[in-house]
Design a protein around this ligand. Structure first.
Ligand SMILES: Nc1nc2ncc(COP(=O)(O)OP(=O)(O)O)nc2c(=O)[nH]1
Length: 287
């Protein structure tokens, strides 16, 4: 009997989507909003990736350029120098699917050559050459919504209807990806929490996350340690936003997210274990 459970084939490393899966974040950056500088060196990032794998992450996402509002641009060479050694070592020392969080085609190619099996692009493959690079690499892609550019996206984000607008954008990016030769089974979408959104926009997107399931591809949610969590909980420091982040991850899972991109892997996995146990309980037939 064929196993019909959807899964992503990340360069030979399967990521089964039979239940919400946890993607651990490894930022090899000096200035990430969430953990800037904590894992900025290659060795520190590798150690952090191994720790997240130990904690039970289902996949890792390696980023070499901060995408926070106002972040400094990183050159292609610098970004490659940051992520490739980390990807190489983590691909060797773990059996986890490894994503690269980049928008640059050259970084995508170098990362996949080093062992990455998924491309996570906050620009939704809109940069010059990105669609063709991703199509030629043949690995799953995460298409995320962002309003404008990181530098200015939070200045004064406005939408007619944020859920409908983001939904339309993602539908267009799925179409563009398929036209470029990316198979639909290799496409994941992400509403891009915090990428040109106010707190109200982020809450509307989370409340109506199920709408994105209509696009026919898995949904990834990345709320971990973000400003909206901080605003709601009064936790100024990102590392103090674990409980709020876990709550948001659970809500996203309940509303259809199959991939949860988080910093706090162990805490999120514990919460999902409780959620999965309850989700597995057979419910009595409705009369
Ligand atoms: N698909 C996806 N990718 C993302 N990459 C970075 C960040 C920002 O978070 P972080 O990586 O912790 O910070 P920084 O970009 O400052 O490194 N958020 C997302 C997200 O929500 N979705």
């Amino acid at each position: 009997m064929f196993d019909t459970t959807p899964q992503l084939d990340c360069a030979g490393r399967p990521l089964k989507l039979d239940r919400p899966r946890v993607v651990g974040i490894v930022n090899v950056t000096p200035d990430s909003f969430s953990d800037g500088g904590e894992h900025a060196t290659v060795d520190a990032a590798i150690a952090h990736g191994l720790k997240l794998a130990e904690e039970g992450a289902d996949a890792l996402d390696i980023g070499g350029e901060s995408t926070r509002p106002g972040a400094d641009e990183v050159s292609t060479d610098e970004e490659i120098a940051r992520v490739v050694p980390v990807i190489e070592r983590l691909a060797k020392e773990t059996s986890l699917p490894i994503g690269v969080d980049t928008s640059k085609p050259e970084v995508m190619r170098a990362a996949v050559a080093a062992g990455a099996g998924m491309i996570n692009d906050v620009y939704g493959l809109r940069r010059e050459g990105a669609l063709d690079a991703a199509a030629s690499l043949g690995v799953p892609v995460v298409l995320m919504h962002m309003l404008g550019e990181p530098r200015s996206m939070q200045d004064d984000p406005r939408y007619d209807d944020v859920v409908a607008d983001v939904h339309r954008f993602l539908a267009e990016r799925i179409f563009a990806a398929e036209m470029a030769g990316i198979a639909k089974k290799n496409i994941v979408v992400d509403p891009g929490f915090g990428f040109g959104k106010t707190r109200e926009h982020n809450l509307a997107l989370l409340a109506q996350l199920e709408r994105f399931g209509e696009l026919g591809v898995p949904v990834l949610a990345g709320l971990s340690r973000k400003r909206t969590i901080g605003d709601l909980t009064g936790r100024e420091a990102p590392r103090d936003r674990v409980f709020g982040s876990v709550a948001a991850a659970l809500i996203a899972a309940q509303r259809g997210a199959m991939l949860l991109r988080v910093h706090d892997v162990a805490a999120t996995i514990d919460a999902l274990k409780v959620w999965n146990a309850v989700a597995a309980v057979p419910m009595p037939r409705k009369a």
